[in-house]
Design a protein around this ligand. Structure first.
Ligand SMILES: [Zn+2]
Length: 166
């Protein structure tokens, strides 16, 4: 705290009334006014909820997005890819599920595109059928996309980038 009267920094002081105004002053200056309360460093008012300013939140957000975008993502038509590859090998879904030690019902949901397999399962399917289920997403486009520093990236930019990629 800084004394409003003498400018000295202090840890413990007083709130005083000087000429009708409340001031926070050091103990030395407290005698110039009428003491109305103590100033203690440990007695703090309840903290207000911290709302991070946009300027601070934005880089963190774009960092997350950049990380997400640079990670290979499951292709949207993974179900069809799996089904086609399996049928090409004349594999019954039942046998395919056994190969992967997964329930047939789960494989059915995956092939119909209703359930995204976890990365580990997707990789098992990839090696079982010799197909690629993952694709690299837009990290390259983002790097040279003319949007300036990645910290200026907004959600809108990401949506545009994702659309352009198709
Ligand atoms: Zn003072």
């Amino acid at each position: 705290m800084q004394c409003e009267t003498c400018g000295k920094h202090f840890i413990e002081g007083k709130r005083v009334k000087i000429e009708g105004c409340i001031a926070t002053v050091c103990n030395d200056c407290a005698r110039y006014g009428q003491v109305v309360g103590d100033v203690r460093p440990h007695v703090e008012p309840p903290r207000k909820p911290v709302v991070a300013p946009v300027s601070q939140a934005a880089p963190a957000l774009s960092k997350v997005l950049a990380a997400e975008l640079s990670v290979p993502t499951l292709k949207e038509d993974y179900g069809k890819l799996i089904k086609d590859a399996r049928e090409k090998r004349s594999l019954k879904m039942e046998d395919f599920a056994k190969m992967l030690s997964e329930p047939e019902s789960l494989m059915h949901r995956i092939e119909s595109g209703k359930f995204e397999p976890a990365d580990s399962l997707a990789h098992k399917i990839e090696s079982a059928l010799h197909i690629k289920l993952f694709e690299k997403s837009s990290s390259m486009i983002l790097a040279g996309g003319g949007h300036g520093a990645s910290k200026d990236l907004t959600l809108g930019d990401v949506v545009v980038v994702k659309k352009k990629e198709k």
